[in-house]
Write a protein that binds this ligand. Structure first.
Ligand SMILES: [Zn+2]
Length: 610
């Protein structure tokens, strides 16, 4: 079930990293044809593969069938993601819709439309899976309830994003330019993001329980028992709710909410009906453990950490894109749009980072937090025997093989094994707590380190050097393709000027002037180099004056006249220099102090007669 969370976020990443293109791969008619065709084919594949699986019943044992069912579900869900990627990157669907006024004003609306498209593909998978599911697990649940349970369980993971981007759209649609400008700055957007992440995390549970259609648990001795236990543990909450997930047929409980005003304890009917009171106590104690050990707070840090990671690695990915560009050319020969290729590359890298981060790191912490919550039962009770018998019941009723672990949970057998060990030797609990603490310290240190690298890449000297290096690479590559474009040499010269590579500046600008002799920018900058360079190798007074005169003949700008003044000055023509610098001062709209200083310098050189 948690896999669905990951699918949704991958889809969101795929969508968010796509750059709409002006030229789509196919015409609107062809696109519609392929779209319908691919989705029908997908539905057919889902339906026929599950039918084939159902026919295997009778020949094979249950564990094999269960494994087959889950594997098929995973494979088809991934196929649905692939289909979505084709819709976005192959068929360029967003490029067709983006120009519509409603979507350009409210981009979140379009994103929701595409999420709905993906959800409909998943719904096809689950609807096809239903007959097999009912057949294997003998569940008495309707097809629509089954599909809805699957969807509604996972959708809340999209909530923070929907709220955040919806409000951003609103701010941009409203006439508050100050607020919009603030959001454009790095600090503004980070502050905005953190503010809403916290808001959503705090009040989100209230929205999620509405979405899941939870109802309050009625007054009863069982409710009183849970209330008493929470009081004893010092846990405050808003309410105890029925969790109608999978029709309430699964033995499970949950807790959500960072603050007591929006904290809910969730229980299913199956939990209350099939467990003994002591077993219910043990399950609730496990849930209390999640709160008491601050797991929810950590999950929030973990999500914010993902932002730090993407922020830190984004530049590196962009550099990688630049390096990989020749590879793109290979694809563009087959008619793929280069912008699409770049966004595919970005997208794939983001999804890759995301998978590593969540599948492995997050999975690791979830598993160890579950174990810590299991161990917390001992903080409230002398023995965790009732939790062991509960796990045995879950193994029996869920139809899941007890020794099947997954990425976010230890298997039921492993959990029972751990608890049995704790029954004999309580020191295992403290050992595990220390292991979790150590892991968190390592994780947060890593995050700080990565954040520091990201910060220095974006704001520090390393980053500046690195981006200059890559920028140079791009320009040189472009020059290779278009050797007669004077603007490329101009840009290259500007870049070299910034990094103090004067030999590079000289060559680049001189080449640019050969191709286009009347660029005031290049004439001026090269004249400035020849007139003011400290290194005598780059001083050419005569050439400086020729260039500066040519620039000033084209356009009378203060900085160009200033260059002209310097050129006269270095040629010993002080009166002319003073004249030009006065004209520059007269035209100047800013840097008045600088021009005043220049005038004085040339006046001193010209002597008292002027
Ligand atoms: Zn748990």
């Amino acid at each position: 079930m948690f896999a669905n969370f990951i699918y949704f976020i991958i889809v969101l990443l795929l969508y968010a990293t796509y750059q709409p293109v002006a030229e789509t791969n196919f015409s609107p008619f062809d696109t519609a044809f392929y779209f319908i065709g691919l989705h029908l084919l997908f539905a057919y594949v889902c339906w026929s593969l599950f039918r084939r699986l159902t026919r295997r019943t009778g020949n094979e044992n249950f564990a094999r069938l269960d494994h087959g069912f889950n594997t098929l579900l995973t494979r088809l869900s991934i196929l649905a993601i692939v289909l979505f990627a084709i819709d976005i990157y192959g068929l360029n669907l967003p490029s067709f819709l983006a120009p519509l006024p409603i979507f350009s004003k409210m981009p979140t609306l379009m994103a929701l439309l595409f999420l709905a498209l993906f959800i409909s593909s998943l719904a096809i998978v689950w609807a096809s899976a239903f007959s097999t599911y009912r057949h294997f697990y003998a569940a008495d649940i309707s097809r629509s309830a089954y599909v809805w349970s699957q969807i509604s369980f996972s959708i809340p993971v999209l909530l923070p994003w929907v709220v955040l981007s919806g409000i951003t759209d609103l701010i941009n649609a409203l006439p508050f330019p100050g607020l919009q400008r603030l959001l454009m700055t790095t600090e503004g957007s980070v502050a905005y993001f953190l503010f809403f992440l916290v808001i959503v995390a705090v009040i989100g549970p209230a929205m999620i329980q509405k979405f899941w259609r939870c109802r309050p648990m009625e007054d009863s001795t069982l409710r009183e028992r849970i209330e008493t236990l929470c009081r004893r543990a010092g846990l405050e909450y808003n309410n105890i709710l029925y969790w109608p997930i999978f029709g309430g047929r699964m033995i499970t409980a949950g807790v959500m909410g960072l603050v007591k005003q929006f904290r809910y304890i969730l229980v299913t009917h199956a939990l209350l009906r099939q467990l003994e009171p002591e077993e219910i106590d043990a399950v609730i104690a496990h849930e209390i453990g999640h709160i008491k050990r601050y797991h929810l707070v950590f999950y929030l840090i973990f999500f914010a950490g993902f932002m730090i990671i993407t922020y830190a690695t984004y530049d590196l990915i962009v550099f990688a894109v630049i390096y990989a560009e020749p590879m793109f050319e290979f694809f563009t020969r087959f008619g793929f749009n280069p912008v699409t290729m770049t966004s595919i590359f970005l997208s794939v890298s983001m999804v890759f980072i995301f998978l590593i981060y969540f599948r492995f790191l997050f999975g690791y912490f979830m598993r160890h937090f579950e174990r810590q919550a299991d161990g917390y039962v001992y903080a409230l009770f002398d023995s965790a025997r009732p939790l062991i018998t509960t796990l045995e019941k879950i193994a029996l009723t869920s139809g899941q093989p007890p020794d099947r672990p997954n990425w976010h949970h230890f298997s039921i057998s492993e959990r029972i094994g751990y608890l049995t060990g704790c029954e004999a030797d309580r020191s295992a609990i403290g050992r595990h707590d220390r292991k979790v603490k150590k892991s968190i310290v390592v994780f947060i240190s890593g995050l700080v380190l990565v954040g520091g690298v990201g910060y220095s890449l974006n704001f520090g000297e390393t980053g500046r050097q690195l981006s200059k290096h890559f920028f140079e690479k791009i320009i040189l590559r472009e020059i290779e393709k278009h050797p007669l474009n004077p603007n490329l040499y101009k840009t290259l010269g500007d870049l070299y000027y910034e990094s103090g590579n004067y030999e590079g500046v000289r060559q680049a600008y001189e080449t640019s002037l050969k191709l286009k002799p009347d660029s005031p920018h290049v004439l001026n900058n090269l004249a400035w180099l020849y007139a003011t360079a400290e290194d005598p190798r780059f001083r050419h007074p005569e050439r400086a004056l020729t260039l500066a005169k040519a620039a000033a003949a084209i356009i009378q700008e203060p900085h160009i006249l200033d260059t002209l003044a310097e050129a006269y000055y270095i040629n010993g023509m002080y009166a002319k220099a003073l004249e030009a610098s006065r004209e520059a001062q007269r035209l100047a709209r800013d840097s008045h102090a600088y021009y005043q200083q220049q005038v004085e310098k040339f006046r001193r050189a010209a002597g008292p007669s002027v």
